[in-house]
Design a protein around this ligand. Structure first.
Ligand code: DLL
Length: 437
């Protein structure tokens, strides 16, 4: 495997001891500023009888209270900002579906740090200044497009700010402008692959080499499918607007976990029920603390994303811990008949079955006192059976495979090709009808 040059060797390859010293210094500075300038933090610290000076080691971070999305909602829009608005040069907000969005701000220096972190993540995924990068995330309040845009410019690559949607035009631009890297959600990459196939275009005739996908969970099987269908190397990258946007973590070409930018964020894994910090390697909820940001410091932010951290050395030379692909969000977790189910587990099963498309939707309903989960899957045209017997056998096989992974029975329904709505941004995988009752 070809290992790419490292963008920032000084930080990305730091020895752990040196890194922890840097983290502690940056943490103390952040705590002081947050305590002084943000009422929410001051009140929470005071309630627990803590002052920033009490944190004299990284272990003592666990004494501090958590910050949640609810805190951001209560302080909507600018209550969590640690600088006056005149020092803020950019505002984004998160993609919440209900209630008020959460608003985040950046100073000039925050934007510089953000671009640098994204550049670092992109270089680790194989991007160079020779690339032509087609950004198919929607430009707007979502941090995805602007984050990757400024990161690409910092590398010196050519950016095509295509924005989301308009799939036919995306393909035309891709062909004509010779885009060599594609940036979007993994589900939109599948939509593009579908359309490319439908138009009879051979992906080998495109200049595409890299796909940098993030913003939503996706499985290893989906990676294999995208890589084969688009003839590219696909890497995963992770972030959230509350923390900075994209650039929090990203895969290198070893594709074995996403390196977290630990010189800018401290990562902890907690048990989402007891809130206790778990030992290295455990699966739990990721909690992040920003240690470089001026406008919007986040202290022990509960991401709700379920993952684990790997501190072992990576063969790429980077020393930063790697987070596993997330299993999904603790608040996306569906509880069916008492069993915890993540949509990603079902996706792994579906993508591995010949004839199933990675377009699926999970519909949860209640029949009497019982929860029922219906898995609606699109199948390829050629697999729409005219014989009932064959169809029943197929449904049976899919149902059994899902059952053996989840340990809970589901109903499988085949739907026509293209009948599940496509989204330009993040896919909507779960419809919970129980809430509407
Ligand atoms: O999705 C930021 C981003 C944009 C990351 C583009 C990467 C690429 P939000 O809209 O605030 O920010 O959503 C954050 O999306 O807590 C995760 O649940 C989910 N998420 C983001 N990236 C990944 C990923 C952006 N690679 C929320 N894998 C997070 C799994 C992801 N989930």
């Amino acid at each position: 495997m070809q290992i790419n040059p490292i963008w920032d060797t000084q930080h990305e390859c730091m020895q752990r001891e040196e890194l922890e010293q840097l983290q502690l210094e940056r943490l103390q500075a952040t705590l002081n500023r947050a305590y002084k300038n943000v009422t929410c933090y001051r009140t929470k610290f005071n309630e627990q009888g803590i002052v920033p000076e009490d944190v004299t080691s990284l272990e003592e971070l666990s004494k501090l209270p958590f910050t949640t999305k609810e805190d951001l909602r209560l302080n909507y829009p600018y209550g969590m900002f640690a600088v006056p608005l005149r020092e803020v040069v950019r505002i984004h907000s998160s993609s919440g579906t209900t209630g008020k969005p959460t608003v985040v701000g950046y100073t000039k220096n925050d934007l510089k740090i953000w671009s640098n972190l994204v550049a670092r993540m992109m270089v680790s995924a194989g991007v160079t200044h020779d690339d032509v990068i087609q950004i198919a995330f929607g430009y707007g309040m979502f941090t995805g497009a602007f984050g990757l845009h400024y990161g690409s410019e910092m590398i010196g690559a050519a950016v095509i700010p295509m924005s989301g949607g308009n799939t036919d035009k995306q393909i035309m631009i891709m062909q004509d402008y010779k885009s060599s890297a594609l940036v979007c959600t993994p589900s939109y990459a599948i939509t593009l692959a579908d359309r490319i196939e439908k138009q009879g275009i051979d992906p080998k005739t495109l200049a595409l080499k890299h796909g940098l996908f993030g913003g939503e969970p996706w499985s290893e099987s989906m990676r294999r499918e995208i890589e084969t269908r688009l003839q590219i190397s696909a890497t995963d990258n992770y972030g959230l607007s509350e923390i900075i946007g994209p650039g929090v973590a990203g895969e290198c070409l070893c594709k074995n976990g996403m390196h977290i930018a630990e010189d800018a964020f401290i990562a902890e894994i907690i048990d989402p029920e007891t809130c206790q910090v778990l030992p290295p390697g455990s699966v739990g909820e990721l909690v992040l603390t920003t240690i470089c940001k001026e406008a919007f410091p986040m202290i022990r932010y509960r991401t709700r994303d379920i993952t684990s951290l790997d501190y072992r050395a990576c063969s790429c030379g980077r020393t930063m811990a790697r987070m596993k692909k997330t299993m999904g969000r603790s608040d996306d977790m569906i509880i069916i008949k008492g069993v915890n189910v993540f949509p990603s587990q079902i996706e792994e099963v579906l993508v591995a079955i010949e004839g199933c498309e990675p377009h699926y939707q999970l519909v949860i309903d209640r029949k009497g006192a019982l929860d029922v989960l219906e898995v609606c899957i699109e199948v390829r045209e050629n697999i729409f059976f005219d014989e009932m017997k064959k169809q029943r056998a197929f449904l049976d096989m899919v149902g059994k495979r899902i059952d053996s992974v989840l340990g809970v029975g589901v109903t499988v329904k085949l739907v026509e090709p293209n009948s599940i709505p496509r989204h330009e941004g993040k896919a909507v995988r779960v419809i919970d009808r129980r809430e509407q009752r």
